[in-house]
Design a protein around this ligand. Structure first.
Ligand code: C2E
Ligand code: MG
Ligand code: MG
Ligand code: MG
Length: 283
C-alpha cells in the first residue's frame, strides 16, 4: 500500500504527528499568557496523619482553565511548561499563592508545593522561596517542597545546593512519586528528605493483592524509618486501602478517600466548621 502512495510509507502517520505538534504549539502559546490572564488556580488536597486521621498538610496542585482551550490537566501542561521553562515563572506564582493561602489555616497545618527540576536549577531558587515566605508572612517550617527523583538525572550538586539552602531556612523537602523514577538510592545519603511519598501505583498494586507491591511498600517504610524519614502513601481511594496502608506502617495518607483536591475556600471551610469559641465557653 505504501508503494501505491508513491513510496512514502510515513505519509499515513503524518497527520497524527502534525496534529500533536500543532496542539502542543497552541497550548504553549496559550500558556505564555496564562499567568497574566489569571487562568491558573491552585487546588489543595489534604494529607492526613495515618493514625489520628487529622489533616497535617495540604498539597497545592495547579489547575489551568484556558480561555481558548478549556480546562487542561497538569499532566498535560506541566511537561510543556517544563520544556519551555515557563515553569519558572509559573512555579514562582504557585509558591507565592500557596504560601499566602496557608497563612489562613491553623498553624499546625503545613503546605506542600511541587517543584520542578527547572526551578531548582535556577541559581536564585532559594531567594524565590525567601520572597514567597516574606511576602506572605508564612513561617518557613510550615512549607514543604516536593521534588522527584528526576532532579538527580542532571548535575545533582546544583539541586542539592538549592535544597540545602531552603532546608537551612527551616523548610522541609519530600521525595515525590518514590519508586517510579531514577533507580539509584545513593542520593538518599546526600539529601535529608523529611518524607518519602510512596507512589500511587504501589498503593493500587498492594490493594489488588500484588505481593510485589506489598513487599516494596514494606521495604520503603522500613528504609524510611531507619533513615528517620516519614512516609506518605499516595492515592488511597477506599477505607480498605487506608487500613492496609496503616497496617504497613505509613505515617501519612493522601488520596481521594480522605479528600480530593479542592478550591482554597473549601479547604478553609474544613477548619471553620468547628466553632471558633470552645463549646464549654459558650453561654
Ligand atoms: P503529584 O505531585 O504526584 O500529585 C498527586 C496527583 O495525584 C494529583 O494529580 C492528585 O490529584 C492525584 N491524586 C491524589 N489522590 C488520588 C487518588 O486517590 N486517586 C487518583 N487516581 N489520583 C489521586 P494532579 O493534580 O493531576 O497533578 C498531577 C501531577 O502534576 C502532580 O503529581 C505533579 O507532578 C504535577 N503538578 C501539579 N501541580 C504542580 C505544580 O504546581 N508545580 C509542578 N511543578 N508540578 C505540579
Ligand atoms: Mg506532589
Ligand atoms: Mg506525588
Ligand atoms: Mg504521583
Amino acid at each position: 500500500r505504501a508503494k501505491d502512495d508513491g513510496g512514502n510509507e510515513h505519509r499515513s502517520y503524518e497527520p497524527l504527528l502534525h496534529a500533536n505538534a500543532e496542539e502542543r504549539r497552541q497550548l504553549e502559546f496559550a500558556l505564555r499568557q496564562a499567568l497574566e490572564r489569571r487562568e491558573l488556580v491552585l487546588n489543595y488536597q489534604p494529607v492526613v496523619d495515618a493514625t489520628s486521621e487529622s489533616v497535617v498538610s495540604f498539597e497545592a496542585l495547579v489547575r489551568w482553565n484556558s480561555t481558548d482551550h478549556g480546562p487542561i490537566s497538569p499532566g498535560k501542561f506541566v511537561p510543556i511548561a517544563e520544556d519551555t521553562r515557563l515553569i519558572v515563572p509559573i512555579g514562582t506564582w504557585v509558591l507565592e499563592q500557596a504560601c499566602r493561602e496557608a497563612t489562613r489555616w491553623p498553624e499546625h497545618v503545613r503546605i506542600a508545593v511541587n517543584v520542578s527540576p527547572e526551578q531548582l536549577f535556577e541559581p536564585d531558587f532559594a531567594t524565590t522561596v525567601v520572597r514567597a515566605l516574606t511576602a506572605s508572612g508564612l513561617e518557613a517550617r510550615r512549607l514543604e517542597l516536593e521534588v522527584t527523583e528526576s532532579i538527580f538525572l542532571r548535575d545533582a550538586s546544583v539541586a542539592r545546593s538549592s535544597l540545602e539552602q531552603v532546608m537551612a531556612l527551616g523548610c522541609t523537602v519530600a521525595l515525590d512519586d518514590f519508586g517510579t523514577g531514577y533507580s539509584s538510592l545513593g542520593y538518599l545519603r546526600k539529601i535529608k528528605f523529611s518524607t518519602i511519598k510512596v507512589d500511587r501505583s504501589f498503593v493500587t498494586g498492594a490493594a489488588q493483592d500484588s505481593k510485589e507491591s506489598l513487599a516494596i511498600i514494606r521495604a520503603v517504610v522500613a528504609m524510611a524509618e531507619s533513615l528517620e524519614m516519614s512516609t506518605t502513601a499516595e492515592g488511597v481511594e477506599s477505607a480498605e486501602e487506608a487500613d492496609m496502608i496503616r497496617r504497613l506502617g505509613c505515617t501519612k495518607i493522601q488520596g481521594y478517600y480522605f479528600g480530593r483536591p479542592m478550591p482554597a475556600e473549601d479547604a478553609l471551610r474544613l477548619f471553620r466548621r468547628r466553632p471558633a469559641v470552645p463549646e464549654r465557653l459558650r453561654a
